[in-house]
Design a protein. Sequence first.
Length: 119
Amino acid sequence: MLVCPGINDVRMNYWPAEQFRDDYTHCPWYAGILRDTATGRLTLWDRLKRFATQEGLGPPTVADHRHGETIKTATAFRANLQQLVDEARRRDDGVVLLTMAAYLPEGYTRTAFNRGQLD
């Protein structure tokens, strides 16, 4: 199982605390998945039709930045990863945890990294 977590979880923090939900249904995209699951419409065809006309969330607005200062997703993030790992174990599958990290400081070398000389 390949797991590439993080980017959605980071974006989910940019809602006011009183609107935040651990199942991420405070976000219209996740609310739609829950609704489609409950109504039996979570099919590839229905998802493709929705994606064809759906606008993405885009970056948070400047006004929402203050909401992102408080990490609200830690419990949900852990629970979601645990559920994936549990399912992989049940199926006797391996798990590879990927990352979206792409920052390499100027002058990066493995030696400089190992010596703690990088920012």
